[in-house]
Design a protein around this ligand. Structure first.
Ligand code: 2P0
Length: 354
């Protein structure tokens, strides 16, 4: 008897221009475009195996080995239903000999190789891996950008994890959401010198979920309206140009400004949302001082690192590879008790890094 099974992985992505706010909560349509860097496959990722079988009675899902309910009408059920619909339309309706996998239930098992829900974008890699896994199982002819429309309905930021390198999620204008999709601005090979250093300040689950936090921001923050209309559109253009020109100084300036504005709109929410803690803010101070010195004319006049923070206290520091060792030394000097700095590129040996 045939076995229908597929396994795929998808990495975490870290936004430089932040997604924060939905104009349609069911379709997950954002209030502004966003842009992220997809980390490479070897480090922070979700790996998902899907299997379809005529003997399965219902769709079932296991996350890190624990079964989760697939709520009817929920995000997971929507993604699975959309992928089954594509299987029928794009494969089975076109080829009568194709097995009717769209009529079989699926069993899905997904693992993260990093702490779930710690502000490390587990929902992004998770829904991207789920979408890619079912697309592989169903042998869909779809492109990653096509599939981003489905992953988006699982979790907004997931649409960006289907593509590698530098990825934009376009806000779109259509009510159907058909143009709210992810596109690659540049592949990873365009600028391989950029590295991401992840400083795990805390790996416990965050207080306010992104989904509820961002809706509270949409409902209550006047600053968000200014950001959507007057800030993000220009920043999307400017950071895309900086990426294409491999201009790290400009990339860093925009990335840090956008992280700070995202946390400002969180603070402008009623009641306010605090994602960063004192350690997060101290890391900002260290990187700002590092850049201030680097920007002196005698030191070259350009920024050497960029911090960014998502919906949690952990810092991600982007920097050209030549600066990574120096940055890790700085961080370890100022935060000597921390033992969980990740060293995905093996640049710092084993002392003091997790
Ligand atoms: C981002 N974040 O652009 C921003 C920056 C957090 C801060 O995308 O409700 O988990 O599932 O669409 O995708 C977090 O939002 O929210 C997020 P849902 P998601 O990466």
């Amino acid at each position: 008897m045939a076995v229908y099974i597929a396994t795929t992985s998808a990495p975490v992505n870290i936004a430089c221009i932040k997604y924060w706010g939905k104009r349609d909560t069911k379709l997950i349509l954002p209030t502004n475009s966003s842009l992220s860097v997809t980390l490479d496959q070897d480090h922070l990722r979700s790996t998902t195996t899907s299997r379809a079988d005529p003997t399965f009675e219902k769709d079932r899902l296991w996350l890190n080995g624990i079964e989760e309910e697939i709520k009817s009408g929920g995000r997971m059920a929507t993604c699975i239903a959309e992928l089954k619909r594509l299987r029928k339309e794009l494969v089975e309706d076109k080829d009568a000999s194709a097995p009717a996998l769209s009529t079989f239930a699926v069993h899905i098992a997904s693992y993260n190789n990093f702490p779930t829900a710690a502000g490390l974008a587990s929902s992004a890699s998770g829904f991207a891996a789920l979408t890619a896994s079912l697309a592989a199982l169903y042998k869909l002819p779809s492109t990653p950008t096509d599939l981003s429309l489905i992953a988006r309905q699982g979790s907004g930021s997931a649409c960006r994890s289907l593509l590698g390198g530098f990825v934009a999620w376009n806000v779109g204008t259509l009510e159907s959401g058909a143009d709210s999709l992810a596109v690659q601005v540049a592949p990873e090979t365009h600028w391989p010198d950029i590295h991401a250093l992840i400083c795990v300040v805390s790996d416990t689950k965050k207080g306010t979920s992104s989904t509820s936090g961002m809706q509270r921001t949409v409902d209550t923050s006047p600053l968000l309206q200014h950001r959507i209309k007057h800030v993000v559109p220009q920043r999307m253009e400017d950071i895309s140009a900086a990426i294409l020109a491999r201009d790290f100084d400009r990339f860093a300036e925009i990335t840090m400004a956008d992280s700070n504005q995202f946390h400002a709109v969180a603070l402008d929410t009623s009641p306010p949302i605090f994602y960063m803690n004192d350690v997060s803010r101290s890391i900002i101070a260290v990187i700002e001082e590092y850049n201030r010195v680097a920007q002196l004319p005698e030191n070259g006049g350009k920024r050497k690192a960029a911090y960014t923070y998502d919906a949690g206290p952990n810092a991600v520091i982007y920097a050209p590879s030549a600066n990574i060792k120096e940055i890790i030394s700085l961080i370890v000097r100022y935060f000597p008790q921390q033992e969980t700095f990740k060293d995905p590129f093996g640049l710092f040996g084993t002392a003091g890094v997790g």
